[in-house]
Design a protein around this ligand. Structure first.
Ligand code: SF4
Length: 315
């Protein structure tokens, strides 16, 4: 079970007040080797915080992150470094994490050189191989990041991640900033890499449509809590939680006229002051009096399909 509570300074006039924000609240998530898990929710639901904890970048305020049975939050320096190398994050805005003064070859080749993954003699060929694998022409490796398009920059970020031989990629809104046609190319690249390198993914997105064809399993988060988790096909055929149903209704479909239109109403409440009971009750079209006071537990409603909604108690 993972928790993350951080202090934030709240500027509502003077004096500045510090408040606790519970960004991740008792999340239990396991990912099997080779699996692709899509983690979905609106911005502010805690999915990026959870992704950073899973990647070992952010220590949880409570709970453990186990990698093949070992808690990565308490590993010694050498083991922790290896665990971190084997888990790489791909971010929404690769440009922000690419040093504008470094040539692409150095961006991709720096970490494997520092960590002794490749020797000086083989370095050039190794960099070329990573660029080719990410769909970039190695002939462009002397260029700087600003000389590439958004999609190409994301490929540079992917080549840099692959260069340290990870087996687990945490992709945080990795295609959100790209045009739809480029999004499809990058998603296809992720799937090709999965097959070629036997990679495991945690794929974080605010858009269920993006994770639909990519994920084996989809996990839905709302205000720091998991509200539903199921095999991907099950989520798209038989979504159970009213929040998931609302998110699905926002996914454009060729047959959209057949689908009732019920996009999520209202704004996501502040995680500083989440509603009591079921966090979703102020926006839920099925809310009952007990939803305002009683937190629904996650219940298995079909094999491998869990959901946290009081409506399931009657079934
Ligand atoms: Fe809606 Fe109540 Fe279910 Fe929450 S527990 S999703 S408020 S019906």
């Amino acid at each position: 079970k993972l928790d993350f509570a951080g202090r934030i300074a709240k500027r509502l006039g003077a004096p500045v007040r510090e408040e606790i924000v519970h960004a991740v609240d008792g999340v239990d998530l396991s990912i099997a080797k080779g699996e692709v898990v899509g983690l979905v929710g609106e911005s502010g639901c805690g999915k990026s915080t959870l992704g950073r904890m899973v990647a070992g970048i952010l220590p949880p305020s409570d709970g453990t992150v186990l990698r093949q049975g070992r808690d990565i939050t308490v590993l010694n320096t050498q083991d922790a470094r290896e665990a971190k190398l084997r888990t790489q994050m791909i971010f929404q805005d690769p440009y922000a994490s690419l040093n504008p003064r470094m040539r692409v070859a150095d961006i991709v080749g720096e970490a494997p050189h520092v960590h002794g993954i490749v020797s000086g003699r083989d370095w050039n060929d190794y960099v070329d191989e990573q660029l080719r694998r990410a769909g970039l022409d190695p002939a462009l490796k002397r260029r700087y990041p600003h000389q590439f398009s958004g999609g190409q920059r994301q490929r540079i970020g992917i080549a840099r991640a692959l260069a340290v031989k990870p087996d687990f990629l945490v992709c945080d809104e990795a295609v959100a900033a790209l045009d739809v046609s480029i999004q499809a190319q990058i998603l296809n690249l992720f799937m090709k890499l999965r097959r070629e390198l036997d990679l495991t993914y945690l794929f974080i997105s605010h858009d269920l449509g993006v994770v639909e064809h990519l994920s084996d399993r989809v996990v839905i988060m709302y205000l720091g809590r998991v509200v539903e988790s199921a095999p991907a096909a099950e989520v798209f055929a038989r979504a159970n939680h009213p929040y998931t149903v609302s998110l699905l209704s926002a996914v454009p479909r060729i047959d959209s006229r057949k689908r009732a239109f019920s996009v999520v109403q209202g704004e996501i409440p502040s995680p500083l002051n989440p509603p009591p009971g079921c966090h979703f009750h102020p926006r839920c079209p099925h809310a009952m009096p007990r939803c305002k006071v009683e937190r629904p537990a996650l219940r298995e409603i079909a094999p491998g399909h869990i959901s946290a909604c009081h409506l399931n108690d009657a079934s």
